[in-house]
Write a protein that binds this ligand. Sequence first.
Ligand SMILES: Cc1cc2nc3c(=O)[nH]c(=O)nc-3n(C[C@H](O)[C@H](O)[C@H](O)COP(=O)(O)OP(=O)(O)OC[C@H]3O[C@@H](n4cnc5c(N)ncnc54)[C@H](O)[C@@H]3O)c2cc1C
Length: 509
Amino acid sequence: MKSLPVENEQRIAIVGGGPVGLALSVILARYNVPTVILESRSQPTPRHESRAIVWMPRGLELLEWLGLKTTFDKAVVHRTAHEFQAGRRKLMTLSFQDLESPYGYTAQMPQHDTEVLLEEAARQTGVVEIRRNHQVMKVGEEEGQANLTVDSPQGTYIIRAPWAVGTDGAKSTIRKALSIPLKWRDYGTDSAVADFEMEINLPREVSNIVLDPERPYGFFHFGEMKWRFIYRLNQGEDRKQMTSEAAVTELLRKLKPDVSIKRFLWASAFRLGQGQSETYRKGKWLLAGDAAHAMGPSAGAGMMIGLLGAWRLGWRLALAYQGHEAADALLDDYAKEQLAASDEIQDTNAIIFKNMALSNPALARLRSTGLRMASRISSVSKSITAKEALLNQILPVDGSADCIIDGSWKSRKGYGSWILGKRIPFPVQGHQLLLPDQLKHTLVSVGLNDEVEERRYAERLAEQVPVPVNEEICLPEQTSPYRFGKAKSIVFALVRPDQHVAGIFERSV
Ligand SMILES: Cc1cc2nc3c(=O)[nH]c(=O)nc-3n(C[C@H](O)[C@H](O)[C@H](O)COP(=O)(O)OP(=O)(O)OC[C@H]3O[C@@H](n4cnc5c(N)ncnc54)[C@H](O)[C@@H]3O)c2cc1C
């Protein structure tokens, strides 16, 4: 048998050019790490079959870090709040305007546009090659390299790469080929989305879900005249019939008689369920995005948590590519931390899915009362909104390979508003933390002392941090809300490139 041509790659191979694979390539390019993306489709997700439409505030922070925020701003519409209703009665309003983030809104655009903009950004880096119509059929590992068998219009070939990442979506070929088990949670209900161009008497900047036990439904605005209508399928209803143009239009007109429909774009039904891979790393292979943790469609967090995972993986993979001695431990940390982060989101999704499934009127009334009461406590709705915006994820960073420091420093779980594992705090008093070059870890002085002492100790601490640290330490003003505690105590927060706090170290002087 004729042997297949082999490409011995120096670049990292990424399987799947969806939002997560593309974003990962752009993140790696910031470290000058070259990648080749193998993508089976000839085009991005079709314009009218858009799946992910929402960019949460934390995702917008990633766009800012990538220098792409202004480009995306031109393509999105904003949403400032999400409401839950029972009939016409408001039960709870989640306001994004009150969030501790520079962005008091979410941004909506079709997934197609997200992919087009990310692909453009990837090509512009000059270190990303995107091969469309190249489908990865088989993978493995041999002699310390990742192996990929690829079908392309020019024929089948083999790639050997130093590292490879599977970002090939929920039905991941890579995950299956690596024999990584998947745990699937099913909520026993089908749900559907239908996208329309239409005029409807609803505020564009507020999305809503009507928690009707007979059939919950809701509306999201996501572009010029573009609206997403979501609704539950009830027991015995046929998925195909219930997503036909005729059936969806009839249902929509029944719920909103004054709607003026210009065009039906797309409708699709989904099982409410979610998958979790047992691990996101096997040797030279990593999993990210839906390939690692497939989220259910009604929660609006799938793409976001995948993109945040790519951010958390990017700096580690860049270090591994550059031959860092702790590469294995760093990549295992990614797997551990991202698994915990996506588990947390899946637990939240589970609550949403169970609520979508609820059809008992008495239980629905109880739920309405509970939501109305909870909405009166502003800290509760604020914390739910921050969770939805993905701003308060706490990663299990304890013992991570990037923050192993000797015993002369005391490790803390928190210090003022600095919390170990969480993203850097965002003080609302108008101060913003100005971090230097965010490609490396940064030491931020968060105690109260004088600059000379802080610089002296920062140098000593930086020598111990086992990953590259910015030479420039971050010294907020002594009166800044980023600083806390008693004078004469030296405290540093070690901030990662993905803006999570890897360590809080204290010593008295
Ligand atoms: C109806 C719906 C609504 C949603 N709404 C939202 C939302 O508002 N917000 C949000 O954050 N998320 C949302 N999601 C989830 C979101 O769409 C996914 O989480 C997101 O697309 C995952 O991105 P990904 O890059 O990991 O995978 P995908 O987008 O699935 O991309 C995987 C890519 O890999 C390619 N591929 C697959 N196999 C191979 C192979 N063997 N070789 C080469 N290429 C391959 C595919 O062609 C595809 O381009 C929604 C999902 C659905 C279904």
